[in-house]
Design a protein around this ligand. Structure first.
Ligand code: NAD
Length: 493
């Protein structure tokens, strides 16, 4: 069945209406048009509604706000199959990954519901008698959410579920490559609000569909207290500077150039599986995709030949078909970027296995494994496609130095059964995510997610990431009858 035929019943069930003109949605599965979606004409008006909604929502008790997010999780559970299928149709993820993305939304809703009773601060010892000092956390305001194409629904939920329990309203600028997913999520959120009742104000979660200019309007609006932006490093550089210029807050989740190290003591079967999934899964279009691999010289030949066998066995094709592990690239542009990187690697003496374009509608490629003579050129950049650069290394210190020798600092992994090696790596990898005997991709929502350096420094999802969505106040209370000043200062009048 063509994607255009496939999508209509899905959209009907999810409550999505297309329009006769506007932004065109396309499926990377077969390149077919999925229809048009109206673009946002007035971002300022949506932000205005969200600001008004914030004034009401921040007064709703946090556990009650959690109830709305619980309702959202409930609606997502009921619609998981349809929304997962829409993710597959609009961005080309294999079925289990489309469903997995919706599961992540459900998981963050569960997490946020618990969090809604735990938005607590510290009580701090004070130097003044009969005083108490404490920290309190308060709702921040309107949170702008800008998302990338490759996680068209989960990243909104990572941000929105936390922002909503924290008492914020949100305005979402989804990727222009996945507007149908955004409309579907908006319809499901509306249903959750209906079930929740009148306490959810209109405009609590606004949707602004469009391209870069719509994103920029969100970024430049002083009513948006926090801009949480996920995408390329180039986007983050532009967004971060503009938000900083108006003293707004930004949370940046940007590109990665993730590496793994394989040591002689590693469990080879486990390592090959972990590396193959991390490098080829989602057709190399995850921020945490494995892009660089450092293999110890003593096991290099044996390990790389096992990896090549895994590459040869993987099925590339229509992501809706059973047994397919690698779906299409998002568009032709992605193929040009991949082709350019492979050419540059070849020119440097890289030996390429795979990396061929398949002759069929849509942009399908076989994942590329490139044995590189040096850690240079295209190896230093994130190319958003399935290319794994493999280098032979002589020791662990060299591997860790190379792991850290790129601009980005998102995810990293070591495969070893040597405790000392594992601990040294965890201490010295400069990434926000460092794993042992697991690949670089596939984070769980319980942990804080994000990376250092050009990855932007933001943290989303679990742990204490909620603090980014609130403002902190330090309160000092005097319950005595005198007014002692701090640091022994006197001021007698
Ligand atoms: P992209 O940077 O092209 O676009 C991301 C979003 O930013 C889109 O909604 C786009 O319209 C918007 N945008 C672009 N320029 C803007 C500007 N100047 N002002 C405001 N908005 C702007 O990224 P993409 O191609 O959609 O996604 C792939 C990239 O995203 C990769 O680099 C990947 O590593 C990264 N990514 C990072 C994470 C993470 O959590 N660290 C997660 C997913 C994707």
């Amino acid at each position: 069945m063509t994607t255009a035929q496939d999508v209509t019943p899905l959209l009907d069930r999810l409550g999505v209406r297309r329009s006769s003109s506007g932004l065109e949605a396309r499926s990377p599965i077969d390149g077919a048009s999925l229809g048009h979606v109206a673009e946002c004409a007035d971002v300022g008006a949506i932000i205005g509604e969200a600001a008004a909604a914030f004034d009401r929502w921040r007064r709703v008790p946090a556990p009650r706000r959690g109830e709305l997010v619980r309702r959202l999780g409930e609606v997502l559970r009921e619609n998981k199959d349809d929304l997962g299928a829409l993710v597959s149709t609009e961005v080309g993820k294999v079925t289990s990954e489309g469903l997995g993305e919706v599961q992540e939304m459900i998981d963050i809703c569960d997490f946020a519901v618990g969090l809604s009773r735990q938005l607590h601060g510290l009580t701090i010892a004070t130097e003044r008698p009969d005083h108490r000092m404490m920290e309190t956390w308060h709702p921040l305001g309107v949170v702008g959410i800008i998302t990338a194409f490759n996680f068209p629904v989960a990243v909104w939920a990572w941000n929105a579920a936390l922002a909503l329990v924290c008492g914020d309203s949100v305005v979402w600028k989804p990727s222009e490559k996945a507007p149908l997913c955004a409309l579907a999520v908006q319809a499901l959120f509306t249903e959750a609000c209906r079930r929740f009742g009148d306490e959810a104000p209109a405009g609590l979660s606004g949707l602004a569909i469009g391209g870069r200019t719509v994103g920029q309007a969100l970024v430049d609006d002083a009513r948006v207290a926090l801009v949480s932006s996920t995408g390329s490093t180039a986007m983050g550089r532009a967004v971060g500077q503009r938000v900083a210029a108006r003293f707004g807050r930004s949370l940046l989740e940007l590109g990665g150039n993730n590496a793994a190290i394989v040591r002689p003591s590693a469990d080879i079967d486990l390592s090959v599986r972990g590396i193959a999934f991390a490098a080829m899964g989602t057709a190399g279009q995850r921020c945490t995709t494995l892009r660089r691999l450092f293999v110890d010289a003593n096991i290099y030949d044996q390990f790389v030949s096992r990896l090549k066998a895994a590459y040869a066995s993987v099925r590339v094709g229509d992501p809706r078909e059973e047994g397919v592990l690698v779906g299409p690239l998002i568009d032709e542009e992605a193929w040009y970027a991949m082709g350019g990187a492979l050419q540059a690697a070849h020119d440097m003496g890289g030996v390429i296995t795979g990396g061929e374009r398949l002759e069929r509608a849509g942009t399908y490629v076989t994942p590329a494994l490139v044995e590189m003579p040096a850690h240079d050129g295209p190896v230093l950049a994130e190319t958003f496609a399935p290319i794994l650069y493999v280098l032979k290394v002589s020791d662990l210190n060299e591997s860790i130095a190379l792991n850290n020798a790129v601009g980005q600092g998102l995810s990293s992994a070591i495969f070893t059964n040597d405790l000392r090696e594992a601990e040294l790596f965890l201490a010295e990898s400069d990434c926000g995510i460092a794993n042992v005997n697991i690949g670089t991709s596939g984070a769980e929502i319980g942990g804080a997610f994000g990376g250092e350096k050009e990855t932007g420094g933001g943290r989303e999802s679990g742990s204490d990431a909620w603090r980014a969505y609130m403002r902190r106040a330090t309160n000092t209370i005097n319950y005595g009858r005198t007014l002692p000043l701090a640091q022994g200062v006197t001021f007698d009048i």
